[in-house]
Design a protein around this ligand. Structure first.
Ligand code: HEC
Length: 153
């Protein structure tokens, strides 16, 4: 009788631990998806900006797009809680956590490039926007080189 009770208690504890573990994994999968969605939106915004430049369109329309890139970036660097290196497929390299200062610096460098892009766009100068857009692309690439696994193709 006593033994049965102990077994039942241990069983319940183990089940509880499993549920806890599963919900943590689920939360990590959610945060991984959120940051990948954030980057998809970032890439779509970059494509929209490129569209304006290629069409030699009104570069003032790039001002809010640059602001959007910055808003996305400010949210993005907070989407890497400890443990979210797994739980779903992720291209984030272990360096994101082992060199978090470097990762944040790369994100801040991208912020600065979005600010410059916004200023160039506000000036209405197409050539300046083209140059600032190129620098922004380099800021994306600089972070990817160190902190993102090469896309499998
Ligand atoms: C501070 C670092 C950093 C910066 C800056 C950065 N990225 Fe990334 N990017 C990452 C990391 C890390 C991932 C992998 C996320 C994951 O899979 O969990 C990623 C993933 C992506 C992806 C793949 C998303 C998917 O479908 O899974 C795209 C597209 C992308 N980035 C585009 C961009 C563009 C465009 C810029 C610049 C405007 C940019 N990134 C700036 C770190 C960065």
């Amino acid at each position: 009788m006593k033994k049965t009770l102990i077994v039942a208690v241990i069983g319940a504890l183990a089940a509880g631990a499993m549920v806890g573990g599963a919900s943590i994994a689920l939360a990590q999968a959610d945060v991984i998806k959120a940051r990948q969605d954030n980057r998809k939106e970032t890439a779509a915004t970059m494509r929209a900006i490129k569209g304006v430049i290629d069409a030699k369109g009104d570069v003032k329309t790039v001002v809010p797009m640059a602001a959007k890139l910055k808003t996305l970036e400010l949210a993005f660097d907070k989407m890497f809680p400890a443990g979210s290196d797994k739980g779903a497929e992720t291209a984030a390299l272990p360096t994101v956590w082992s060199d978090s200062a470097g990762f944040l610096a790369a994100s801040k460098a991208a912020d600065a490039s979005y600010d410059k892009l916004a200023v160039a766009a506000g000036s209405g100068d197409l050539a300046a926007v083209g140059a600032a857009f190129g620098d922004t692309g380099k800021a994306c690439g600089a972070c990817h080189t160190t902190f993102r696994a090469k896309p499998k193709t």
